[in-house]
Design a protein. Sequence first.
Length: 500
Amino acid sequence: KFGILLETVHKAKENLNKESIKERVSVKMVAKKQDGTVVKKLFKPIFDQNREGPSHRVNIFVLSKNKEERLSWHVMEVVVIINRTPTCHIKGIAGHEFARIVCQGKAQAYLNKAVSFNFDVNLTIKQAVEELASKLQVTGPKPMMSQWLYIFTKGYVSNLRSRRAMPNEYWTAETVEDYMRCKVINFPIGVQNEAMRRDAFRTWIISQKVTDDKDRDKNVFVCTFDPDLQMVKFLKTHSLSVENKVETLGLLEHISLGSVKVDENFFHNVTMGVPVTLGVKIFIRRIFPIQDESDDMIQRVLVTEAVIGSTLTHIDDCHVLVVQTKKRHADSPDFDEYLQKKIREVRVTFVKKDDPTVNFELGLDPRCRKSDILSRLCEHLSRPRNMIEVYKYWSGRSCPYQASQPNINDTEGFDSMFQFCDDTDRKMFYRILGTSSSPTAASSTSGKCRIFRQSTAAAAQSSQHRTSGAASSKEEVGENLPPHHRGGGGDDDTLGEGGD
């Protein structure tokens, strides 16, 4: 008949008054049908009403006012979070760095690149943003500095607020303590991929805010892409006028996203600051950090070319417009091809067989073959093709050297090459053979230990023969190699604004 209320009662210890009650209380409620379908989610970062006495405090949360909505409910899950910590852990990344990173690979990469900071909960959000801007070297007027964090119900937001029980009454987060209250939205009931949601919420993107009207304008970044050098550079922040519409993504995300008509004026405003010539293209890089970017449905909206006369959709704050400069080589990839390739890439650690302390990482496409891997290695190590061989990495034990029969076949698939590795830690052995991979060279390499066991006199008599016969070992004859065959090995170049 009546609504559902939740009360939390807090009492001070003996001889203390209500001012000693410091805990923050926030509530999350999820209502489900009998088949498990979620029909309502409610986030309450702060109480709707409260009562106080000399030494106690009562917080009142309104969970439901509508009897009719509860007729389909079968179960309610309610979480009450009580927090007293005096400091708050926040990760920060500069806007220009964020834009560059997400245009060179997976969106989640910026979460790993962000830097950790701790703030006193009594600090205002504005003070925390200014401090982060200073430490992250974000330049610009302080009044225009803002933070952006990701909430799965709203996308990227700079203001945190919540509707209270009374009509048209809202609460807005102003301090770091208020921000901590809002963490309740990501508590793992009624959500998927909760770890990624929490990480995206606590990672603040610090940048200049060029518009305050989220309903009509989006704050986006603009970068340039050189297709010949495959290089991304940050250009500017930009205000993009849009029309909003609620779009549904995977993992139960329903976000108000913008759309814009692509015309000459759009091209002029976006490319301002870039030498415009024939062949210039514009793409939009969309960022939804909690989504699986390998999913086919998500891949269709990650990057789109802006063609005059078309409409760009699914635009949010912090998305990136990429101006691709004119190609000088016809086979250079467009930005969409480049990005999709980078998203597919997995990181592989290459370990030198003769010295396991030497290692480096490269990004490889899972569709590559052995010949493609050797090509990348030769380029990285500045070595000719016939001087490098690769072998499977055997976790927990050394892999014996097999000069005559490498244990990775030319036609072997990517997964088979790493069948003895963890999916999150792929490794591969490599070996620098020398100027020749002939049986003679291989024989002299395997006989290396016997040569060094000879007496000093015998070694002196046959030094010339050993030098020419052991050319396949860099360790023995490195100084005798031609200059272009020498090279280093191993150095690698949330509840949001308007939210319920």
